[in-house]
Ligand binder design. Structure first.
Ligand code: C2E
Ligand code: MG
Ligand code: MG
Length: 711
């Protein structure tokens, strides 16, 4: 029988006995019941002992008066009336007869004037001498003898008789009385206590245990306690306490359930939704993608598009306008995508400024590219308004189609991401559809990265040096250290040089640039030291990537290398590009200032191509601007590039900086630069980058005159 049914049976009063039996086992184990029972038992006993003490005397008196009456009725009939003066009215014979056959052991007869008339059997202790003596009674210490006085009234004769009686029986009877009474008392107490225990068990203990069991259940499973219905009448105190406790337990369970489900909701939201835009995050997006793939597989051969998009130059907005503007734009993008795409599209924010969309293809949007175009239109179509300012946002988009571009949804998403990267690499603001070639290119890059890691370990990397000249004096004043990777292969030559333009970006993305950069710095410093010892004062320029600024302690490493190689700091120049200011300008400025304090020279490489804000130039101590080779290349046939070159030179001079031009290939380039006051040059006109030994020879052979170069 289930506990609830059990309780109901008890409730119906069907079997009080069975419930008593059930509770009886509890009762006899209950300490509380035992304590109450003991108190009750002792109380009853005490009361009964008091009553006994009070009644025992009465009982004795009654018994004594009974034997007095027995004696009286034995003595009275044998008193004769007509006897002479001072003669005993009881004959010896009769007296002996009474003494032998009854409880009377002795008889003493007095006249009305208290004169002793006769004496039979045991002598009495009481002697009658006057009126007062008549009130005397005597009981021997052992209770065996009792003396009583019969007055003339008692005997209806004019005599006074003192009878000595055998009262042993009375003592026995009193003892019996006490034993009997005590037995009855004990039985009564036991009975009362037992009944009380059972009553306690039924009315008190059972409900208390029921309540305790309820509390245990609530403690074990507070959120969902399986509490049986209370079989106890709620109208009494304990019943109402149970009802109250049960309602508290239920209330507590409800509260806990509410708190838990609220927490679960919150966790769910945090885990699966982006807090800023309220859109699903990457995890939920992938789940939905899987669901979509699953259902479309089952239903029909439906295709769906997976589109990933990245807002172009979003970082610039964040940096220049502040995060609140950036956040507002992200929210705006989310809202626009959500409200302009069909209901069945899943829109998610999968990274900082990256969104993803997936939707089944339909008659309007027949291909993934159509969906990509729609997304581009949604974002590019109208400017975003934030704080009354309008922002034109463009986006790079990668698209892939399920199941064409992958049979499992994660692959399709990965492919859309690859296509997006391609769109970004190709100059952003465009849509790229995934093609297998992309994948191959990605695989090749991974392979290249693995090979590069091996090359670093196996010392297959070397440094070539390209000379830099002072335009006024024609002297070699420096050399740029340019990394070279001789990648061994099975060709006739046994390998080929891989352009740094090819592997440096991969090294930057993977973080491998940090150990590579450290190696280059050390090599370059060692070379500078060697040359210095040979009497050549040639400053070596080392290229430093943005990644090295943020992923390593460039300052500490440079200081350590200078110390270890013992090279003079002014013989080292670090070339950084403007891109380092795009990540975190304050870190960039701080690092550059610390580097400058070490005494090394600082140059801005590829100047003019990057971040066009010039304001940062004043914030730290640089020594040199390096005009990007693209301007030099076209300076002679493109008026804009010529103007830019001139502007950079005069800007540099106005800031007291040296200006060096790279990519100088012809005499005409050189002439143009001299004309506009450029300070230094570097380029194929003089020499390409060459191995260390070759460079040394070049320096040794150099006449010191720039005109000695032909082209
Ligand atoms: P960069 O720092 O601007 O280096 C100049 C690049 O222009 C070099 O290419 C150099 O060989 C080339 N060059 C020099 N003169 C001429 C010229 O007259 N005409 C033409 N067309 N090109 C010229 P390279 O060695 O292929 O290096 C490419 C880029 O790789 C470098 O550009 C630099 O950004 C990076 N790089 C090279 N070595 C390192 C390195 O050790 N660390 C880091 N982080 N980057 C490096
Ligand atoms: Mg450089
Ligand atoms: Mg450059």
């Amino acid at each position: 029988m289930k506990p609830v049914e059990n309780q109901e049976a008890a409730l119906n009063g069907k079997s009080l006995l069975s419930s008593l039996n059930k509770s009886s086992s509890h009762i006899w184990k209950s300490r509380l019941s035992w304590r109450i029972a003991a108190v009750v038992f002792l109380t009853i006993l005490t009361v009964q002992v008091a009553i006994l003490t009070l009644t025992i005397r009465q009982e004795e008196t009654k018994l004594l008066s009974d034997i007095k009456e027995v004696a009286r009725s034995a003595i009275a009939p044998v008193i004769e009336n007509n006897v002479g003066f001072l003669q005993s009215p009881i004959s010896d014979n009769k007296a002996r007869n009474i003494i032998t056959t009854t409880i009377v052991n002795g008889i003493t007869v007095y006249s009305m004037d208290y004169l002793l008339l006769g004496h039979y059997g045991e002598p009495s202790t009481i002697s009658i001498t006057n009126e007062d003596s008549l009130a005397k009674t005597y009981r021997s210490g052992d209770g065996a003898s009792y003396e009583v006085i019969f007055r003339p009234d008692d005997l209806r004769r004019s005599y006074i008789i003192v009878a000595r009686l055998n009262s042993e029986k009375v003592s026995n009877l009193v003892i019996n009385y006490v034993i009997e009474t005590i037995t009855i008392m004990l039985l009564l107490s036991l009975f009362v206590t037992t009944v009380l225990m059972i009553a306690l068990g039924h009315w008190l203990l059972e409900p208390i245990l029921f309540m305790r069991d309820n509390l245990i259940l609530a403690q074990q499973n507070p959120e969902n306690p399986k509490i049986p219905k209370s079989p106890f009448n709620a109208s009494d105190e304990i019943g109402s306490a149970i009802t109250m406790a049960q309602s508290l337990i239920k209330q507590n369970a409800e509260n806990m359930q509410q708190v838990r489900s609220a927490a679960e909701d919150k966790i769910h939201k945090l885990a699966y939704f982006d807090q800023l835009t309220g859109l699903p995050n990457r995890i939920l997006f992938t789940q939905k993608l899987t669901e979509q793939a699953f259902t479309s597989d089952n239903k029909s051969n439906k295709e769906f598009a997976v589109v990933t998009l990245d807002l172009d130059h979003f970082k610039d907005i964040n940096d220049s306008m502040g995060h609140s503007v950036g956040d507002a734009i992200l929210r705006g993008v989310a809202k626009r995508l959500r409200s302009n795409l069909p209901e069945d599209a899943v829109v998610a924010r999968v990274d900082a400024d990256e969104f993803a969309v997936t939707m089944p293809l339909n008659s309007d949007l027949k291909t993934a590219r159509d969906v990509g175009a729609k997304v581009a239109k949604i974002i590019n179509g109208e400017h975003f308004k934030v704080y009354n300012e309008s922002f034109q946002i463009r986006t790079s988009i990668g698209v892939a189609t399920y199941p064409k571009d992958g049979t499992d949804p994660n692959t399709v998403l990965k492919h859309a991401d690859i296509a997006l990267n391609r769109a970004k690499e190709e100059g952003r603001d465009r849509i790229r559809e995934y093609s297998e070639d992309f994948d191959r290119a990605v695989q090749q890059r991974f392979q290249l990265l693995r090979d590069l890691r091996d090359a670093l370990e196996n010392e297959d990397l070397t440094i070539f040096y390209q000379p830099q000249f002072d335009l006024k004096s024609g002297k070699i004043i420096g050399a740029e250290a340019l990394i070279r990777w001789w990648k061994k292969d099975n060709s006739k030559e046994g390998g080929a040089f891989i352009s740094p333009a090819e592997f440096i970006p991969i090294a930057e993305q993977s973080g491998l640039i940090v150990p590579i950069g450290e190696w280059v710095l050390k090599e370059a410093c060692t070379t500078a030291k060697t040359w210095h010892e040979q009497g050549k004062n040639i400053r070596i320029a080392v290229n430093v990537s943005g990644a090295q600024f943020y992923q390593s302690d460039l300052v500490a490493y440079t200081a350590k290398t200078l110390k270890e190689t013992g090279v003079k700091p002014e013989l080292l120049e670090l070339e950084v590009t403007e891109s380092i200011f795009m990540d975190d300008i304050s870190i960039a400025v701080e690092t550059l200032n610390k580097l400058h304090k070490l005494g090394v020279e600082l140059a801005i490489d590829d100047f003019g191509t990057g971040y066009s804000s010039l304001s940062y130039l004043r914030q730290f101590n640089i020594d040199r601007l390096k005009i990007d080779q693209s301007f030099i290349r076209n300076a002679l046939n493109n008026a804009d590039d010529a103007a830019i070159t001139r502007t950079i030179i005069s800007l540099g001079h106005s800031l007291n900086l040296q200006v060096i031009a790279e990519g100088v290939e012809t005499k005409d380039h050189e002439k143009f630069l001299i004309e506009h006051g450029c300070d230094e040059v570097q380029g194929f006109r003089y020499s390409k980058a060459v191995p260390k030994e070759e460079f040394q020879k070049f320096v040794d052979d150099y006449s010191g005159n720039l005109d000695s170069f032909n082209s």
